[in-house]
Ligand binder design. Sequence first.
Ligand SMILES: [Zn+2]
Length: 414
Amino acid sequence: MLAINQINQQRLWKTIKELSEIGSGTNIAEEGVTRLSLSLEDLEARHYVISLMEEAGLDVRVDEVGNIIGKLEGTDPNAPIVMTGSHVDTVLQGGVFDGTLGVLGAIEAVRSIKESGIQLTHSIEVVSFTDEEGTRFGTGYIGSKAMTGYLDEATLSLTDANGITYAEALHQAGFDPTLYKQAIRKPEEIKAYVEMHIEQGKVLEENELAVGVVTNIQGPVWVEVTLNSHPDHAGATPMNMRRDASLAMAEVMLEVERIATKYQGVGTVGKLKVEPGGVNIIPGKAIFSIDLRHGDIELRTKMVNEVTASIEEISKKRLIEPVIELKKSVDPAVCSSTIVDLLEESCKELDIPTMKLPCGAGHDSLMMTKITEMGMIFVRSKDGISHNPKEWTEKEDCVKGTHVLLQALRKLAK
Ligand SMILES: [Zn+2]
């Protein structure tokens, strides 16, 4: 068993507070934090992260797509790197802890290791990834996609609400997007990637646990469905002559619930619109999103196929023409069983009770798993709230999660 290292709790909490002040405006409790990727606020947050890493004594570099990488040199320069990190960009009016905890906790953990004078064989890199959230350009994991070789020209041509392309935004921020392939890391360079993140759900809270060990990440499939029929007068059209697009949508929504429950996955219709949208007009068009997730890719494929079949069947029955468009598909990922064991062992050594749980949200770890062994530490979220100004994680929980991360990094880099 390793001797226990303590982090500097006050310092960790101070950095979380300082970073929360960037992009938070005057009323953080109401407005939360907004640091859309490569915005002025995000750039200021990046400067803050760089200065913290430098203060911690790490070698800092920023790669071609803006990933900030702080390195604690190990004794063997040829040994593969142990990587940890997360992101500091946020959604619109997001919370203080999403992503931030994984970056600042990692800096604090590595700083504590350095200060204690412990020599580790493997180098440790703390990464603050560019644009995890995807709010500004509609697609996320940009930094981790670039690092794992999954970024492409099409993504760099995406535009934000002001018509600025990704490539232009990177260029304005001082990066050279034409060199994005230079950000690729080879699998043999990296030993493992461990990310600490707030849970963004209620499972840990329900179980009265501060820290959890993630077993797998449910990859989302996003589909946009348009049901086309014909708008008719609400008074003049008898019930048996209608082709009501909104009723077809309602039937599909119930099917999404039934199918997700059947496969023990999750399914959500979160965005919906009917047209023309009059009190006295039978809807002639319904447009809605479907988000389907499962930890097992085969079961998720079955969910997607059954939902698609039900859309077709319901449309046929109601004389409606459906258009089904795949918007996003991210493969689910299984965490490395070695890292799961190592995290559980670390919790035990630190006397922090824990549990294993699946992860429902997407993270950079989803991409990193394509090139290395991956694991995740979850830290309790108050009321399960996230992507919201009310997002909260207690200081003691942040400290516990960071202690687990530190212990795990020491074991991995030994
Ligand atoms: Zn996040």
